[in-house]
Design a protein around this ligand. Structure first.
Ligand code: CDP
Length: 234
């Protein structure tokens, strides 16, 4: 087995550091470092919807905005949201909505903002992982956490959590996956690259193993800020 470009094992995540409640102006917030990715997520709401016709009488509307700071990548990123930002915002908002009990808050808005301060591949999954924690930090009732990670192929081996250098290899496959945990429901699945059917299943299995590790890290971060008393099992 060849070693990875950053010497990690094939199933090893990059180092993750999480801090909750970092923004005093948001109801919930999360700062996340994941390898060389740096993300900040805030959640506000439920609050009134303007203009009113955008309200949904059945549930809260989750308005998820994924943005990259101009300085987050080596070539200056335009602050104007492009097609990629809008696509990521839409699919991520749908994924996060599946975790929040939106039906409890009809005719309201839940505002989710995620800013990528530094990007090194896997930013959409880092963003969702942080946004889910920010939603919990905001005290929203939730069915579970969204634990998201990318898995794929680089340099002829199946790997977990690709860096940008790995994503840029000739045979790269990058599958962004998000799971509602602990239910293990897939709530987001996107893929770049070409892959055989059997490798596709294996990559998905690797992603779930990664998501289980992410879920443990998320629970630890939540318990650090909100210690539980007694024998409650998360
Ligand atoms: O970040 P993620 O893997 O979710 O999305 P991607 O579209 O596959 O982008 C992979 C990486 O390309 C990003 O994390 C950035 O490091 C880089 N990128 C960039 O340099 N400039 C952009 N406008 C978009 C992405």
């Amino acid at each position: 087995m060849t070693t990875r470009l950053d010497n990690r094992k094939v199933d090893e995540l990059r180092k993750i550091k999480i801090e909750l409640g970092v923004s005093k102006n948001a109801e919930g917030s999360c700062y996340l470092e994941w390898g060389k990715n740096i993300v900040i997520a805030t959640v506000n709401g439920p609050k009134p919807v303007f203009p009113r016709h955008l309200a949904d009488p059945q549930k809260a509307v989750v308005d998820y905005k994924y943005r990259m700071a101009c300085f987050s990548v080596s070539e200056r990123k335009s602050p104007v949201p492009g097609k990629r930002d809008k696509e990521i915002s839409l699919v991520s908002g749908n994924a996060l909505e599946s975790a929040i009990m939106v039906e409890q808050f009809p005719n309201t808005l839940i505002d989710v903002n995620v800013l990528i301060l530094s990007a090194d591949a896997g930013t959409r999954v880092a963003a969702l992982t942080a946004a889910s924690l920010a939603a919990a930090d905001a005290g929203l009732p939730m069915r579970g956490m969204i634990s998201a990670v990318a898995a794929g192929r680089a340099n002829e081996q199946l790997v977990l959590d690709l860096t940008k250098d790995e994503e840029d290899t000739a045979d790269a496959v990058d599958m962004a996956c998000a799971f509602l945990m602990p239910q293990k429901e897939i709530v987001l699945l996107q893929m770049d690259g070409f892959v055989k059917k059997e490798d596709c299943s294996k990559i998905l299995e690797n992603a779930l193993i990664g998501a289980e590790k992410i879920y443990d890290i998320q629970k630890k971060a939540l318990l650090e800020k909100y210690p539980l008393e007694g024998e409650i099992q998360l």
